[in-house]
Write a protein that binds this ligand. Structure first.
Ligand code: SF4
Ligand code: SF4
Length: 418
């Protein structure tokens, strides 16, 4: 995430989501508002992918890929442990009266949290407005970049609030993906689950002459609850608060090792696997999602491969029909707009497809700047003898570097040659 804005592909930032200029870059390929249909399809494909992924693996994204969890568990919570100690020490510190030690610990923690939030905020903005504009905001006087500077401050405050105070509330209350778990999961989904068939009836470990005895494998030590960042007891079943971080699995495995019982009393299992004691199987729903995803990926790939560098919109000039010329030809007047979707200037040529047809330009351009558009006005001229009907289709092609980059057709109106 931190290196992304510094990586350039085809002269463009690796990933840019510039909503303000409506410019999106993925791996060096620029997408403009004209590619909105591709963008919508890509979003739809991504949503179906998430649904499929969740139906199979549960909330794995939340525990292992979500930036909120990664920053929280790998950075902010580690700093908190480093400064204030483990969960028990933190509780004691919070409950104690204000001492010099408490003052310094809290100040150090919140100063570090603010600094990291400020750093994340800058990187986040680099993905939205681009690295170069961000560097300008940093280097130039604040008065020249009031909006940019305000955005950095607002994002810093938001990240600080999330990582210092809201924390798991984001996962359980605010995040829409978290709220959707109930409908995305079913009995065949792999989730972090407690094997109640093995664990119950739970009870404290008792010792007799032949060794440790208890009825179920769970010794009710509560360690799985203590390590859980969202504070839930997974033995009560799958809950909205579970972010699949697997800390309870590791903790319980350690307990099982100590008491000489098989591991994975808590593990990645489906409810069906636990109740029927059968191996994991895909449900029909999963095959259905996979089929839809396959179709969407195919269509998206086709659209991406066939996407042209230049997009053209051609219209017959309003209020005109046709012009009969003294040399025995007929002409129609057209306006055309050409949009350059690449990250380089493009030289082009507009030519008719049919032999005997010619173009006479009124307004001519032959170069489109990077990410810009040009408008041309021209007549298409056809010999009267070649015209058989009042309204016919006529083809044009746009050439760039000797290659056809766009083909278009429009209507041509003329009195038929009877
Ligand atoms: S860590 Fe394992 S043994 Fe201990 S309470 Fe949790 S499930 Fe039971
Ligand atoms: S510790 Fe276990 S129950 Fe708690 S969030 Fe992580 S995976 Fe879920």
């Amino acid at each position: 995430m931190f290196s992304g804005p510094f990586i350039k592909v085809n002269g463009e930032q690796l990933i840019l989501l510039n909503i303000l200029e409506r410019k999106f870059v993925f791996f060096g390929v620029v997408f403009w508002p004209q590619d909105f249909h591709i963008f919508v399809l890509a979003m739809l494909t991504f949503i179906i992918f998430i649904i499929l992924f969740t139906a199979v693996f549960g909330r794995v994204w939340c525990g292992w890929a979500c930036p909120q969890t990664i920053f929280m568990e790998m950075l902010f919570r580690k700093i908190e442990f480093w400064i204030e100690g483990d969960a028990n020490k933190q509780r004691k510190l919070d409950a104690s009266t204000l001492t010099v030690e408490k003052f310094f610990k809290k100040t150090a923690k919140h100063t570090l949290f603010l600094l990291i939030s400020f750093l994340i905020s800058n990187v986040f903005l680099a993905y939205v407005i681009g690295l170069e504009p961000l560097i300008k905001i940093i280097e130039e006087p604040i008065t020249l970049h009031i909006y940019g500077f305000s955005a950095i401050i607002i994002f810093t405050a938001a990240f600080y609030l999330v990582f210092s105070y809201l924390r798991e509330v984001v996962c359980t209350v605010i995040c829409p993906y978290g709220r959707l778990q109930g409908v995305l999961l079913d009995k065949k989904s792999l989730v972090v689950a407690y094997d109640y068939e093995r664990g119950e009836p739970r009870g404290k470990l008792k010792k007799n002459t032949s060794g440790y005895v208890n009825t179920g494998d769970c010794i009710d030590c509560n360690i799985c609850v203590q390590v859980c960042p969202t504070g839930i007891d997974i033995r009560h079943g799958t809950q909205l608060e579970c972010i699949n971080c697997t800390l309870c699995i590791d903790a319980c495995d350690m307990v099982m090792e100590k008491i000489n019982r098989p591991q994975r009393l808590i593990g990645f299992k489906s409810q069906e696997q636990i109740s029927s004691k059968q191996a994991f199987r895909f449900s029909k729903r999963i095959y259905g999602y996979a089929a839809i995803l396959g179709v969407l990926i195919s269509v998206l790939s086709f659209l991406l491969i066939s996407r042209s560098d230049i997009e053209t919109v051609i219209l017959r000039a309003g209020g005109t029909l046709y012009q009969e010329r003294p040399d025995g030809t007929v002409s129609n007047l057209y306006n055309v707009e050409l949009i350059n979707k690449t990250s380089d200037p493009v030289k082009f040529e507009l030519l008719p497809v049919e032999k005997g047809t010619s173009i006479q330009f009124i307004r001519k351009e032959d170069t489109i700047g990077k990410g810009k558009s040009v408008k041309l006005t021209f007549f298409i001229i056809k010999p009267q003898k070649d015209i058989a009907e009042y309204k016919s289709e006529i083809g044009l092609k746009v050439l760039s570097k000797g290659r056809t980059v766009e083909e278009l057709s429009t209507t041509f109106i003329a009195p038929p040659n009877f």
